[in-house]
Design a protein around this ligand. Structure first.
Ligand code: S3P
Length: 428
């Protein structure tokens, strides 16, 4: 088991990140290679995220018949638009996005496909996709009646649908949209609040007729998609760790460049802004997505209560919990039940580790309450979850921390500790 020992920082952070210093967006990287498989021709993807989760998706796309070539900072994915039956299982590693989106995509393709993953992914709920996919005619099974991976799919014809989802999940939405591309007519998908919308934006860019809004309309495709040409921007969820570092270390200041500014992805920065941190967003360009700079400057933090649009910052809650522990006064996260089924049970992991750090914290079924103002060094169990490991490593900047089981950081942000070492001493 790998351990990181983080020592308290000796002076403030003052840093301008390079355009590509922080990893590229994970959600867009996954989608770029998956959707390239459905195109006829060669897609060009610049700044694909080279981390375990997205590399697994790329390997799967190769097993499904695409040809992959790397050249400088670009990868080229050539496909005929027709999926090939693989001669082996497809391993999604730690990635829920990989497994759920591939389940949707493969349900309608000719062949037999088996999706599996690591021990953490094999514990995560899959009925949220297997149930609606079965309802439209897909032949899909797994342990516990399709709830747990490995998932076995016998792809075939699927029907069009009108599906009202109880959870705001871009993974569920994307799985159904991908199936809907091969339906027998117009399909509609409704979610309780808008979840990240990269699938809709990218597919539209590839020629799919898809109408966004409260009720998404998807029309079947009659020919393969147009190849994709995309430059993946920096992942706001990865960059957010350093926004929190800036927010908790007095007098700090950073500039984050080439950032994805999609409103469904930068809500955590908005929450931090409401807590007192000075944050500016500057849009510089826009193709499929809005891209620009985020400038973050230290200001004293005050507590906050958040219970809306949780899906817009669901991945950043563990890092926000660190800012809440340092803030003056009480903070709360509510309506965050989904946190329990991420790479770990993130409510449990945050609460247990904060308690170890002598932070006053109360657990709710759908979130937690933190009384800010005091945090002490401790031994942190990451529960095999990259975002828990990185969040508590950031807290280490203030008081020092020993974070155990840090291998998972490679799933999304392999150079995280290398960057952290620019600001403080880290023993790995
Ligand atoms: C993702 C959607 C979110 C998020 C995950 C990435 C995506 O999950 O937590 O890290 O790329 O679609 P849910 O859709 O399950 O909320």
């Amino acid at each position: 088991m790998k351990i990181a020992k983080i020592f308290p920082i000796e002076k403030e952070i003052s840093y301008e990140f390079g355009e590509r210093e922080i990893g590229s967006d994970k959600s867009i990287s996954h989608r770029s290679v998956m959707f390239s498989l459905l195109a006829n021709g060669t897609s060009k993807i610049e700044n694909f995220l080279e981390a375990e989760d997205t590399q697994n998706s790329l390997k799967i796309v190769e097993k499904l018949g695409a040809e992959v070539r790397r050249e400088g900072k670009a990868i080229f994915v050539t496909s005929s638009g027709v999926v090939k039956e693989p001669d082996d299982i497809l391993d999604c590693g730690n990635s829920g996005t990989g497994m759920r989106l591939f389940a949707g995509l493969l349900s309608s393709q000719k062949g037999h496909f088996v999706l599996t993953g690591d021990k953490y992914l094999r514990r995560r709920p899959m009925k949220r996709v297997s149930k609606p996919l079965r309802e439209i005619g897909a032949s899909l099974d797994g342990r516990d009646d399709g709830e747990l991976a490995p998932l076995s799919i016998r792809g075939g014809e699927v029907k069009s649908f009108h599906y009202v989802s109880k959870i705001a999940s871009a993974q569920v939405k994307s799985a159904l949209i991908l199936a809907g591309l091969f339906g027998d007519g117009k399909s509609t998908f409704v979610e309780p609040e808008l979840s990240r919308d990269h699938t809709e934006r990218m597919l539209r860019g590839m020629g799919v007729e898809i109408v966004s809004g409260k009720e998404i309309e998807i029309y079947p495709i009659s020919k393969p998609l147009e190849p994709l040409e995309i430059e993946v921007p920096t992942d706001p969820s990865s960059a957010f760790f350093f926004a929190v570092a800036t927010a908790i270390v007095p007098n700090s200041k950073i500039v984050l460049k080439n950032m994805l500014l999609n409103p469904t992805r930068i809500e955590a920065f908005k929450v931090l802004q409401k807590m007192g941190t000075k944050i500016e967003f500057l849009e510089k360009s826009s193709k499929y997505e809005s891209i620009g700079e985020i400038r973050v400057e230290y200001r004293p933090l005050k507590g906050i209560e958040v219970s809306e649009n949780i899906s817009w910052f669901i991945d950043e809650v563990p890092a926000l919990a660190i800012a809440m522990s340092v803030a003056e006064g009480k903070s709360q996260i509510r309506n965050g039940e989904e946190l329990r089924v991420k790479e770990s049970d993130r409510i449990d992991a945050v609460v247990k580790n904060l308690k170890n750090c002598a932070v006053e914290v109360e657990e709710f079924p759908d979130g937690f309450e933190i009384v800010g103002g005091k945090i002490e060094p401790a031994e942190i169990d990451s529960f095999g979850d990259h975002r828990i490991a990185m969040s508590f490593a950031i807290a280490g900047l203030l008081v020092g921390m020993r974070v155990e089981d840090i291998e998972s950081v490679n799933t999304s942000f392999p150079n995280f500790f290398e960057i952290l070492q620019k600001f403080t001493k880290v023993e790995l």
